[in-house]
Design a protein around this ligand. Structure first.
Ligand SMILES: Cc1cc2nc3c(=O)[nH]c(=O)nc-3n(C[C@H](O)[C@H](O)[C@H](O)COP(=O)(O)OP(=O)(O)OC[C@H]3O[C@@H](n4cnc5c(N)ncnc54)[C@H](O)[C@@H]3O)c2cc1C
Length: 349
C-alpha cells in the first residue's frame, strides 16, 4: 500500500489536495500552517504544474534549463511580494525586465514598458519546489475521480473531510462523479468554461543571431504570440529562444505538437527582423503542449468552496480571482490557493 492509499488516521480533519502547481502548494501550506493533516497528490513527477521546465544541450555540452510554461511572474499582492523578496534574497528569483519588445510579422516595432517581470535562475518550477519543501507530497499519482463514500467527499473512493482540486477547470470538472452528489453536479457546471491551449517551441543555437531583446509580445501573427530570450531570462546569456504559439495555432496541433516546430522556426526571422537565409539551423529544437494553458475567462470569485455530502469540495487556481478583471497569472494562482486554504481551515476548525 502506498502512503497515498493509506487509510486516514483518526483525529484532526483530513484534507486531500490534488495538484502541486503553485495554487495547490499554497493551499496545502495554509492548511498545514493551521495544523491540518494534508495529503498532496500530483500525477506529475515533480511539483510545478504549468511552471514547466525542460533542458536543451548547448554547444559546450552543458545543459540549459528552459522555462516552457509561464514566461515570468509579476508581483502586486503584498504577501506575494514578501515571498518574492525572500526568493530573491535566497538567489532563487530575480527581477528580470520591465520592458518588452513589440514584434510583428514585419519585424520589431518598438518596445513597451510594463510591470516588473521576475524570473528564476533555476526555472520558475524551482520556486514551487521550495514552497512544497515541508509538505507530504505524493508525485506520480493520477487521481481518477471525486465521488462520495461513507457520507463524505472521496478521492478514488477514499473519504476525506475536504477535497481540493488545484488545477485547470476542465481537468477538475472531468474528475467529478456528478451522479454521486448534487454538490458535485453543480460544481461541474461552474467548471464548464472553455480554456485555451498553447504549444511552446524552444530552440538553442550555437550563437545568437537575433538583435538583443528580453522578450517580445507578438501582434498580428497567426502562429506566435510571445517570444522570450531564455538566456536573458535565466541570466546566463545562452542562445536559446522560447516561442508561445497563439491559441488558434495550438488548437489545430494538439495531436502533434512537434508539427509546429518547423513553422515556428521559419517564422522567427520575420518577427525578429533577420533575413531568413542568414539564420542558421538550431542545434536542438522541441515542442511542449499545454492543452489547458489559460482560461478564456476568469471566475468572479477567489475560489470555489461548496458542500459535498458531509464535507467540502474546493477548487482553486489561476482561473479564480477576486474580480473577473483579474488575470490568470502565477500570482493569482498562488493567492487563490492560499485564500482557499485559509477559508477551509476556518470552516473545518
Ligand atoms: C504557456 C504558458 C505561458 C504562461 N505565461 C505566464 C506568464 O508569463 N506569467 C504568469 O504569471 N503566468 C503565466 N502562465 C500561467 C501560469 O503558468 C499559471 O497561472 C500557474 O502556473 C497556474 O498554477 P495552478 O496551480 O493554478 O495550476 P497548474 O500549474 O496547472 O497545476 C495543476 C496541477 O494539477 C495536476 N493534476 C491535474 N490533473 C490531475 C489528476 N487527475 N491527478 C493528479 N494531479 C493532477 C497537474 O499535474 C498539475 O501539476 C502561463 C501558462 C502557460 C501554460
Amino acid at each position: 500500500m502506498s502512503p497515498a492509499d493509506a487509510p486516514a488516521a483518526g483525529g484532526s480533519p483530513r484534507v486531500d489536495v490534488v495538484g502541486t502547481g503553485i495554487s495547490g502548494v499554497a493551499c496545502a501550506q495554509a492548511l498545514v500552517g493551521a495544523g491540518f493533516d494534508v495529503r498532496v497528490l500530483d500525477r506529475g513527477r515533480r511539483p510545478g504544474g504549468r511552471l514547466g521546465l525542460r533542458r536543451v544541450e548547448l554547444a559546450d555540452g552543458s545543459q540549459h534549463l528552459v522555462d516552457t510554461g509561464a514566461a515570468y511572474f509579476t508581483v502586486s499582492d503584498p504577501d506575494f511580494a514578501a515571498l518574492a523578496a525572500g526568493w530573491s534574497t535566497d538567489g532563487l528569483a530575480h527581477p528580470w525586465t520591465d520592458t518588452f519588445s513589440l514584434l510583428g510579422p514585419d519585424g520589431p516595432r518598438g518596445t513597451k514598458a510594463g510591470p516588473q517581470r521576475w524570473s528564476a535562475p533555476g526555472g520558475l518550477r524551482s520556486l514551487v519546489e521550495r514552497l512544497a519543501a515541508g509538505l507530504e507530497v505524493t508525485s506520480g499519482h493520477a487521481v481518477r475521480s471525486v465521488g462520495v463514500a461513507d457520507g463524505m467527499p472521496a478521492l478514488d473512493g477514499r473519504p476525506a473531510d475536504a477535497v481540493v482540486l488545484a488545477m485547470p477547470d476542465p481537468q477538475a470538472g472531468r474528475l467529478l462523479d456528478v451522479e454521486a452528489s448534487p454538490g458535485l453536479a453543480s460544481a461541474r457546471r461552474v467548471l464548464s468554461r472553455p480554456w485555451d491551449a498553447v504549444i511552446t517551441v524552444y530552440a538553442a543555437w550555437d550563437e545568437a543571431w537575433w538583435p538583443a531583446l528580453d522578450a517580445g509580445f507578438v501582434a498580428d501573427d497567426d502562429l506566435v504570440s510571445l517570444l522570450a530570450d531564455d538566456g536573458s531570462r535565466r541570466g546566463d546569456g545562452a542562445p536559446v529562444l522560447v516561442a508561445h504559439t497563439t491559441a488558434d495555432a495550438a488548437r489545430g496541433a494538439l495531436g502533434d505538437p512537434d508539427s509546429l516546430v518547423r513553422p515556428v522556426l521559419e517564422r522567427l526571422p520575420h518577427l525578429l527582423g533577420a533575413a531568413p537565409g542568414d539564420v542558421p539551423e538550431p542545434r536542438a529544437a522541441a515542442a511542449h503542449r499545454w492543452s489547458f494553458a489559460s482560461p478564456s475567462q476568469v471566475h468572479d470569485a477567489p475560489h470555489l468552496l461548496t458542500a459535498v455530502a458531509g464535507g467540502l469540495l474546493g477548487v482553486c487556481g489561476d482561473a479564480w480571482a477576486a474580480t473577473s478583471s483579474g488575470r490568470p497569472r502565477v500570482e493569482q494562482a498562488w493567492r487563490s490557493g492560499r485564500d482557499l486554504g485559509r477559508e477551509l481551515a476556518e470552516r473545518l476548525a
